[in-house]
Design a protein around this ligand. Structure first.
Ligand code: NAP
Length: 251
């Protein structure tokens, strides 16, 4: 088992990619702190993990709220004594509105979850990782971290920012034993994009069919990449941005 003895916090773990990461990390021996802002979905992830006889707790937290993030990390420490791995997965899409149709509130909402959230969680967990002498932060960014296109203005701006945050944090704190990397998924079969994937003539679906993989990805495939980055097998990898998109961003 690749994560024996490790403690991992995963945000937005009540659904999609976050749930798949939580389940895989638990199967690999990690004690998992499943967090989401909806209790029902997060509790269901914990139930699935326990059904497999693995270890997890649920902590409700909105990643955009500093007080929530504070109690998330406090509860993780109280229960398991440390945090080795933080996966900043919680995210929301921002729609495809034109610049002049985006309200300041809409902009703030996407930035608060997709960019400020990872800042708040990383900031709160950082001193705990320093005490341990090591830590591993994985940011679930997006192919919209690299390319314009179908992500929309706010989401693309937030995810570009998240990649910059990843690189700068890795640069500043790698020497202290903190590894920080980003995963950049392309279209993955989760509730976030299920309405798009349900329309075969949608431009995204047309492009997916033209990609080398010719299909959308599965949350479990992203989870396997997260496992690699969370494990010691990736010890030499700092500040990297791993596309997992079936080739969507190469053309
Ligand atoms: P998802 O199924 O919608 O999962 C996201 C989870 O985050 C949901 O459980 C959601 O809760 C939760 N969440 C939303 N706002 C939150 C907040 N403020 N605090 C805590 N949790 C919050 O979507 P997903 O596809 O698995 O997305 C996971 C990550 O992958 C996101 O960062 C997304 O941007 C990124 N990503 C996804 C794709 C894709 O094609 N699916 C592609 C590129 C990147 P609710 O369901 O209740 O809102």
């Amino acid at each position: 088992m690749q994560l024996s003895g490790k403690v991992a916090i995963i945000t937005g773990a009540g659904s999609g990619i976050g749930r798949a990461i939580a389940q895989l990390f638990a199967r690999e021996g990690a004690r998992v702190v499943v967090s989401d802002y909806i209790e029902e979905t997060g509790a269901e992830t914990v139930r699935l993990i326990k059904e497999d006889s693995n270890e997890a707790i649920f902590v409700q937290a909105d990643v955009s709220q500093e007080a929530d993030v504070d109690q998330l990390v406090s509860q993780a420490i109280n229960k398991y004594g440390k945090v080795d791995i933080l996966v900043n997965n919680a995210g929301i899409s921002g729609g495809l509105a034109a610049l002049t149709d985006i309200s300041a509130e809409d902009w703030d909402r996407v930035m608060a979850v997709d960019l400020k959230g990872p800042f708040l969680t990383s900031k709160r967990v950082f001193p705990e990782m320093i005490i341990n002498g090591q830590g591993n932060i994985i940011n679930i960014a997006s192919m919209a971290s690299l390319a314009a296109g179908r992500g929309g203005l706010t989401y693309t701006a937030a995810k570009h920012g998240l990649l910059g945050f990843t690189r700068q944090l890795a640069f500043m704190h790698g020497p202290q034993g903190i590894r920080v990397n980003a995963i950049l998924p392309g279209p993955i079969e989760t509730p976030m994009i299920e309405r798009v994937l349900a329309v075969p003539q949608h431009p995204v679906c047309q492009k997916i069919r033209a990609c080398p993989a010719g299909r959308a990805g599965k949350p479990e495939e992203v989870a396997k990449l997260a496992l690699f980055l969370a494990s010691d097998d990736s010890a030499f990898i700092h500040g990297a941005a791993y596309c997992i998109d079936g080739g969507y961003t190469i053309f």
